[in-house]
Write a protein that binds this ligand. Structure first.
Ligand code: URA
Length: 238
């Protein structure tokens, strides 16, 4: 790939801007030698204004999503992209959330520019179960476990029943819910069907990958290869 295209795809600016940047001498190799438009050394050796390049595609990020950020640029308000370096919103291929979290839901969110990986994670056949911690407005009635596990619960406005979703009661108003699919506002609507209301919701894990304890809310980093493997590393048939 030509240098102009490489930089433009990484979100550094338009192709025209990148031509100017290169002509200006701001793109060098690791030793500081100015690169021409037709030179493309290995990714890790390229510098823009002396700084190493952003990671090449495919890129997968793990974010501890705070409340108050939407996952879609089509929704009003602040988006999760505001928590990432501004260049990341202009990359090609684009970085997309792997299944959305609602604006007020917190916790584990993956983002990737790898379409195959995204579909592999969200496809029900991958059995990448997602575990959510829900805090409720009213005490659990005791009937929720059976209702959610039944495989017959139909959410308001839908016709297809939900897959069984195990519930682990942690306290009077607190529970873990495990989903094997991702319908719109699913956990909130499940508790609404049980005449309750979710006060706060946090995603704790996707497949065998748990939210790292050292990743504070609002923080992100590149997903490590062993974390990627962990996503698919649990046999999940229940
Ligand atoms: N269920 C919800 O209700 N919201 C989410 O963000 C994820 C699952």
């Amino acid at each position: 790939m030509k240098l102009v295209k490489l930089l433009a795809n990484l979100g550094y600016g338009s192709r025209k801007d990148m031509q100017r940047l290169i002509r200006y001498g701001a793109v060098t190799d690791a030793s500081g030698r100015v690169l021409g438009e037709n030179e493309v050394p290995p990714h890790e050796e390229i510098r823009v204004r002396g700084e190493a390049l952003d990671p090449a595609a495919p890129l997968t990020l793990i974010l501890n999503k705070p409340a108050g950020y939407t996952c879609s640029t089509e929704d009003p308000g602040e988006t999760i992209y505001e928590l990432l370096p501004p260049r990341f919103a202009s990359r090609n291929p684009s970085i997309n959330p792997v299944g959305r979290l609602d604006k007020e839901t917190t916790g584990l969110l993956l983002l990737t520019d790898d379409g195959k990986l995204l579909h592999r994670i969200i496809h029900p056949k991958s059995h990448c179960r997602k575990v959510y911690h829900a805090t409720l407005d009213r005490p659990l009635s005791g009937k929720e476990t059976e209702l959610f596990a039944s495989g017959t619960l139909v959410l308001n406005g839908e016709s297809k029943p939900l897959l069984p979703a195990p519930l682990e009661v942690l306290g009077e108003k607190e529970a873990l819910v495990t989903l094997h699919e991702g319908r719109y506002h699913q956990v909130r609507r499940m508790f609404a069907a049980a005449e309750n209301h979710v006060v706060s919701l946090r995603r704790l894990s996707i497949g065998g990958l748990s939210l790292p304890t050292d990743l504070a809310e609002g923080e992100w980093r590149e997903l490590a290869p062993d974390e990627l493997d962990a996503i698919f590393a649990i046999a999940d048939i229940g």
